[in-house]
Design a protein. Sequence first.
Length: 258
Amino acid sequence: MRYLKLFSCYLRTNLKSLAIYDIDFYFAIIGMITQNLLNIIALRFMFNVVPKIKGFNFTELLLTYTLATLAFAIFRCFFINTLNIADYIHNGELDQILAKPVNPLFQLINARVDDDAWGDLLVALVLLIGVDIRLHNPWYIMLMFLFIAIFTSLIFLGIALLGNIAALFSNGLADLAETVFDFFEFSKYPLAIYSNVLKIFLVWVIPLGWVASIPQEAIAVKHEWFWLLIIPAVCLGFFLAIYQIWRLFLTKYQSTGS
């Protein structure tokens, strides 16, 4: 209950901060929408040359892109501030966070929201509706994907924390958190296009295959409901494992004295 009240306070504050720069906020959303549309147009042109890639047509590949974008947009909307831990260390602000009787990760997550990521989220939701209609999926398939996306976004959060371990270990000198954007690129395409070694890596080491490719096959193709338990369990398991490692390095953190 305490954390729910704190979350409500943080959310109100963040929304007010977005409202202050309303014009910038709207332009940022338009910019992200434009970027996504250009990506889709480029994908469409590619399929004009090659009708299918590893058995996937344009609509099926677009669904993979949509699911990955949806999960990453949720990560950017609510968890983006985890990429700034190195800056918190440099400025001495991490010391202030650790001194407060509130979970440090909770504070970091809620300290700021991303303004332009809402454009990504809007595009992903519109695409999800359009692709589901085009594939003639039942209405509940979309609800299943929305439910799954909440958990698959935790994979990106786990990768961000994994990158931040380097920042904690080096007192902010090394920062690998931004690599989450590079890993996102892997999640936008089906596992079928990757080599067997890379498939194993993307399923069992850094589980990006669970972001879009596996949910697409399990839910959109096979309509198997038990994946609503398996996929969230895998996402939570990966995040909690990385979180425990992150907490361990956090206890070893030494202040920069800033």
